[in-house]
Write a protein that binds this ligand. Structure first.
Ligand code: NAD
Length: 254
């Protein structure tokens, strides 16, 4: 895979899975721009050689400004990776706070809407552009106690499948990646919240999460990065409108 001369934007790309995706594209020759709400992480990404800017995907004005910066700094855009997504609240539905529910949708699905809408003029200028949206195993299965997150990630799949039809005639492919539980600080926080909800010790819930996958282990950020570069590459030129699981085969979520 060769991304020389390709320009890539990764949202929430200064930490976690997004940073792994950004670094993988860079290894393969792309010019890579990351955006994040965490100014320290953005500064660190810049020091490490990525193009980077602070912006919040849930604010359309900021996203519009971001795309202007992307145009100024990279001259255009070939691949948009909509990676930004928050875990949202944990608990039975009747315990959930409306503001936390709405915030989950603001980032996880409205953020993808704003980024795609504002990036499309740039993506249409090139040939063979690609959009990669981060969904989740929770966008394929139900997940008790995580209704806001799961509903928002199912919405990502609906958006992906619809846009694949709308944009296919223009040669723009749209796919989603559905990671299983990924090793890292975020899943540790999700496990801790789930343990509190169930009244179980965190290590017991952690074992449940490890064994969600038929392979009995967590997914690594690099596994998601590998799928992102594959699906954005010409090797996947006829892969469109798919929700691609990278979850070791997960059939039930805890
Ligand atoms: P994370 O919680 O580690 O966050 C990564 C970055 O997102 C942080 O740097 C944070 O500052 C940034 N961010 C948060 N809100 C933002 C906003 N409004 N605008 C811009 N940046 C923002 O996330 P992660 O674990 O790396 O997950 C990345 C994506 O993968 C998300 O969409 C997530 O839902 C999805 N996912 C993660 C897992 C997992 O187990 N970690 C599993 C399935 C799917």
């Amino acid at each position: 895979m060769d991304f020389t001369a390709k320009r890539v934007l990764v949202t929430a790309g200064a930490n976690g899975i997004g940073l792994a995706i950004a670094n993988k594209f860079r290894e393969l020759g792309a010019a890579v721009f990351v955006t994040d709400i965490d100014p320290d992480a953005v500064e660190k990404a810049r020091v490490n050689g990525l193009l980077a800017a602070v912006s919040d995907v849930s604010d359309e004005d900021q996203v519009r400004g971001l795309m202007n910066t992307v145009r100024e700094e990279m001259g255009g855009l070939d691949v948009l990776v909509n990676n930004a997504g928050i875990a949202g609240p944990t608990g039975p539905l009747e315990s959930l706070d409306a503001a936390a529910w709405k915030a989950t949708f603001d980032v996880n699905i409205h953020g993808q809407f704003f980024c795609i809408k504002q990036a499309l003029p740039l993506l249409r200028e090139g040939t063979g552009a690609s959009i990669v949206n981060l969904s989740s195993a929770a966008g394929r299965l139900g997940m008790a106690g995580r209704s806001a997150y799961s509903a928002s990630k199912w919405a990502v799949v609906g958006l992906t499948k619809t846009l694949a039809i709308e944009l296919g005639p223009d040669g723009i492919r749209v796919n989603a990646i559905c990671p299983g539980a990924v090793n890292g600080p975020r899943i540790d926080a999700v496990i801790a919240a789930k343990a509190r909800m169930l009244g179980l010790p965190a290590d017991e819930v952690s074992a449940l999460y490890n064994n969600q996958s038929s392979l009995g282990r967590l997914i690594e950020a690099e596994d998601i990065a590998n799928m992102a570069v594959f699906v954005a590459s010409d090797m996947a030129r006829n892969v469109n409108g798919q929700a691609l699981a990278v979850d070791g085969n997960t059939e039930k979520l805890y």
